[in-house]
Design a protein around this ligand. Structure first.
Ligand code: CA
Length: 319
């Protein structure tokens, strides 16, 4: 989506994300690159405006801009209707990378201005543009855009405006929610049929905001206070989408599900998870894959560090 006048290079957005994590990391008691609860953090990215960073995307140093900060804040806040200002959907967690639904790319070719001068001046006027997530782009292109725009409009070079996004969002919900929507919190029939369900969601998910899943589970509970008997949600700190990231991955959830279905008993309160996809020293928790473990907590209980070696699950509890 087009936000006013500026597409930040990936490095600028990555610097803002890193600063947010760095500012909030210790609030949960452990400096591990994972922020358990951004709601408890008062970090204001406006403090970053004017901070110098090295940027590979533009092959130069640059100063963090107010527009990039506004871009990040808009992604954290989530889209709003341009008609009445109401939220359309949830924003990304502040720990989520901007490389999913807020991806940009920079053209390293010299601008026409530079080329005119001989094309020998490095580090000037690189052009950055949106790099839309392919599913969102295809959804817009194939299902939502009107008429000839479906096949002829290039959303990379001619991105939709905030007004268009607002209109297409409404159109999408009106046209398709009844057929393929997944937000209906009424699980009456599922419960009656003896269904059981476990959901886990990475807190740093870069594609699907965690807040949306929380809100869905809250809505289910609001309709049925006993829903925890057949449906549980687990938040996986520091995990990106599916298996990305250096956070805690609950890879055994299918085994837990099978045991619960086949042997019955109480729904799981905890879910073993480890840093299975860690890549070592990347500025966050680090460590070799499998070197850190915790037990995820059934929502709405939350992980809490109680002391000891943070790499061991015994050092954490749910409350
Ligand atoms: Ca932490």
């Amino acid at each position: 989506m087009r936000l006013p006048g500026y597409f930040p290079p990936p490095c600028e957005l990555a610097a803002i994300r890193s600063a947010a994590i760095e500012a909030c990391d210790r609030l949960d008691g452990v400096r591990d690159g994972i922020v358990l609860d951004f709601a408890a953090c008062t970090f204001d990215p406006a403090s970053l405006v004017g901070v110098q960073i090295d940027c590979q995307d533009t092959q130069s140093t640059m100063l963090i801009t107010e527009k990039a900060v506004d871009f990040a804040k808009a992604m954290w806040e989530g889209p709003r209707s341009t008609h009445d200002g109401r939220p359309l959907w949830y924003g990304l967690d502040q720990g989520a990378a901007f490389t999913g639904i807020a991806k940009t790319t920079c053209n390293l070719a010299l601008s026409p201005f530079d080329a005119h001068k001989g094309g020998s001046i490095p580090g000037t006027m690189k052009v950055c543009s949106p790099a839309p997530f392919f599913l969102a782009k295809d959804w817009m292109q194939i299902f939502l855009l009107p008429g000839a725009e479906k096949t002829h409009r290039d959303l990379t070079t001619d991105p939709i405006t905030s007004d268009e996004f607002s209109q297409l969002f409404r159109h999408s919900a009106d046209q398709y929610a009844s057929a393929i929507g997944t937000a209906d919190p009424d699980l009456t029939e599922f419960k009656r049929a003896g269904g059981k369900m476990l959901t886990w969601h990475g807190t740093y998910d870069e594609l699907m905001p965690l807040a949306g899943t929380r809100a869905y589970y809250d809505a289910v509970l609001a309709r049925d206070r006993q829903a925890g008997e057949y449906y549980r949600l687990f938040e996986a700190p520091g995990m990106g989408h599916c298996y990305a990231g250096e956070g805690y991955f609950p890879g055994d959830i299918i085994d837990v599900m099978i045991e619960w279905v086949e042997q019955g008993g109480s729904p799981p309160d905890r879910l073993y998870a480890e840093n299975r996809y860690a890549v070592g020293s990347s500025g966050s928790g680090g460590g070799e894959p499998g070197s850190r473990a915790i037990e995820l907590c059934a929502y709405p209980t939350k992980l809490k560090y109680v002391g000891g070696e943070p790499e061991k699950k015994e050092s954490w509890t749910c409350e």
